[in-house]
Design a protein around this ligand. Structure first.
Ligand code: PCA
Length: 208
């Protein structure tokens, strides 16, 4: 019988940001139970190769029933439930290794895209029913978040009983907007955490 683990990943800070709320969210749910599942939180580097390497090790170690990637997306006003991962690396800024991909594939022999397999409609319903602004997004960008979602979906594609997999993007924190002085939407950490808790509750009940 497979472990009922939900692997939850966040990302380290990147670019001009000194914090990444997805890191705190992954740490906040680490070790907590959601229905019949236990969450395992981990933080990935914003690095074109190391993120995938660490992900592969985490998948092998945890044998998860579900994988929920979390990431920061500046400019989003709502929690974004990502529907699609595309087979493209096209970075707006260099990763932590100084590497800036410019349009190559993530997996040269892979399909052009995968759909996330988390129950997005049910998660959306749970979030909006609690008054949390959320939507299903049709692009996760072409940076590390899209790449990580694609990498996981590609890695589990031939498993007989694959985990459900998805990515949730969260907005900037209010303090991050305050620091930039720019006209940007934000969401406070407790509301983001509630969104993740609700999402994991839905994922746990669909994975059980
Ligand atoms: N957001 C970036 C990478 C890491 C993160 O938190 C993205 O959306 O691709």
């Amino acid at each position: 019988m497979r472990d009922r683990t939900i692997l939850v990943t966040g990302f380290e800070p990147f670019g001009a940001y000194s914090v990444n709320p997805s890191e705190g969210l992954a740490k906040a749910v680490d070790g907590r139970r959601f229905g019949a599942c236990a969450a395992r939180g981990a933080v990935l580097p914003v690095h074109h190769a190391d993120a995938a390497r660490q992900l592969e090790a985490l998948l092998a170690e945890t044998g998860p029933s579900a994988v929920v990637h979390l990431g920061l997306a500046a400019g989003r006003a709502r929690v974004a439930l990502e529907r699609v991962a595309v087979n493209v690396m096209d970075y707006d800024e260099p990763d932590r290794a100084g590497f800036q991909a410019s349009g190559g594939p993530i997996a040269p022999d892979g399909p052009v895209a995968y759909f996330a397999t988390l129950p997005l409609a049910a998660i959306l319903h749970a979030l909006t029913a609690e008054g949390i602004p959320a939507y299903v997004s049709n692009t996760a960008g072409t940076y590390l978040c899209n790449q990580t979602l694609y990498t996981t979906l590609h890695a589990v594609r031939q498993r007989p009983d694959p985990p459900t997999v998805g990515l949730i993007h969260v907005p900037l924190l209010p303090a991050m907007v305050a620091a930039t002085g720019l006209e940007q939407p934000s969401m406070d950490f407790p509301l983001m955490l509630r969104a993740v808790e609700l999402a994991l509750g839905v994922v746990a009940s669909s994975a059980a």
